[in-house]
Ligand binder design. Structure first.
Ligand SMILES: [Zn+2]
Length: 395
């Protein structure tokens, strides 16, 4: 059984076809989208360094106006900042409620990560199908197609992109490619499930959705990591339940929650920065001292100065997307177990709401409250096999 394709014909053909699109009539937004798509596909293709440079050079030389757009990316950041600044009160209230409870975190020793956890591609395939059968039967076809149509590729072993996986969805042809850093272990499979979630997310966008809304969802939405994180979390839960590398899986679950809290802690600090420092991401270029000073002026925030990270690792978009991604994924997966009808009703509302940008009525619009959702997530964490325990102050 071969999970990853070593044949790049499908990808090469699509790159050629997309290059042709520049000769057709597309509006500015579509053309810049095609440019971005091509840029990414060329970047992750298995071209050698020289071919890669040739391609990207050709692309940027002929379409330099899009190149500028791609490089600045300021528009996107500005959008996120605007949304964040406009909704500061909502974020602060949420973060206050969620972060204020006492947590005991005990990270277990990870020696056994180095045990022999080798999985063949056949093992990986069988575990994945077992999971999908139980949790997402409608995704089985897509997963099989991904493999049989040779659209699942390996990332370069020495990939400098520092990522576990990436999925590329082409809205023009409704086609997709997935790249994974494969170490033949559970982590690689977790990454595949996460990326599969992204593809499912894209495929389920209603057919009559205007293109602009689809682009905005991809580049500007707060909820872009929710469904992918749901696939990831439910897969880890499945591994623990089915006793498949349970110790390692439980460590990944601890890590999943830990990174969610880390993202929210960072978001919380950002939410207390004056707007003048948030504008154009000025906080990234200030030194630690300046940021600490600005934060200390605010009596509403308490933080450990010694634990404060360098401002340049703060990134609003990342903390928002992954923090909320993991939060809502935990919420929905917990609700699914507890009350399937509540899950169905709220999740179907989410599928529509996710295409809109953050609105501070999100909990109300789902049919719940902020407090209820937070309690649900906390009780899910407390019931799990991880070493994170939350003592709620409210009760
Ligand atoms: Zn993702």
């Amino acid at each position: 059984m071969e999970l990853f394709s070593k044949n790049y014909d499908t990808l090469n053909e699509e790159i050629k076809k997309l290059l042709e699109e520049f000769n057709h009539h597309h509006n500015y937004q579509e053309t810049s989208y095609i440019f971005l798509l091509l840029y990414t596909m060329i970047f992750f293709n298995n071209y050698n360094e020289k071919e890669k440079i040739n391609y990207t050079h050709k692309l940027s030389k002929n379409y330099h106006h899009f190149q500028n757009k791609l490089e600045s990316q300021n528009k996107r950041q500005k959008y996120f900042l605007k949304d964040f600044i406009n909704n500061k009160e909502f974020y602060q209230k949420f973060l206050y409620l969620f972060l204020d409870n006492e947590k005991e975190i005990y990270m277990p020793a990870d020696d056994y990560l180095y045990d022999d956890n080798f999985l063949t591609e056949t093992d990986m395939y069988e575990i994945a199908i077992d999971f999908l059968k139980n949790y997402h039967p409608t995704a089985i076809n897509l997963f099989n197609e991904l493999i049989s149509n040779k659209r699942l590729y390996l990332l370069d072993k020495d990939n400098q992109y520092d990522c576990q996986g990436i999925s590329i969805y082409n809205f023009l042809y409704k086609s997709y490619f997935v790249f994974i850093a494969n170490d033949n272990d559970i982590n690689s499979l977790i990454s595949i499930m996460h990326e599969l979630g992204h593809i499912i997310d894209d495929i389920n966008i209603p057919i009559n959705t205007p293109n602009k809304e689809i682009y905005d969802y991809h580049f500007k939405s707060t909820y872009i990591e929710v469904i992918s994180s749901m696939y990831e979390k439910e897969f880890i839960d499945f591994l623990i339940k089915e006793n498949i590398n349970p110790k390692v899986a439980s460590l990944y679950l601890t890590n999943y929650y830990q990174t969610m809290y880390d993202d929210f802690e960072c978001l919380n600090l950002l939410s207390y920065l004056p707007n003048s420092l948030l504008q154009n991401e000025k906080y990234k270029t200030k030194d630690k001292f300046k940021i600490t000073e600005a934060l200390l002026e605010n009596p509403d925030i308490y933080f450990e100065q010694s634990e404060f990270l360098n401002p340049n690792i703060l990134d609003l978009k990342t903390h928002l997307n992954y923090g909320y991604g993991k939060f809502f994924a935990t919420y929905f997966s917990s609700l699914r177990k507890e009350s399937y009808s509540d899950f169905q009703s709220q999740f179907s509302k989410f599928l529509t709401l996710r295409l809109k940008n953050l609105d501070s009525d999100i909990f109300k619009n789902l049919g719940t409250t902020m407090d209820l959702a937070i309690s649900q997530v906390e009780s899910e964490i407390n019931q799990s096999s991880t070493k994170i325990k939350i003592k709620s102050k409210q009760n």
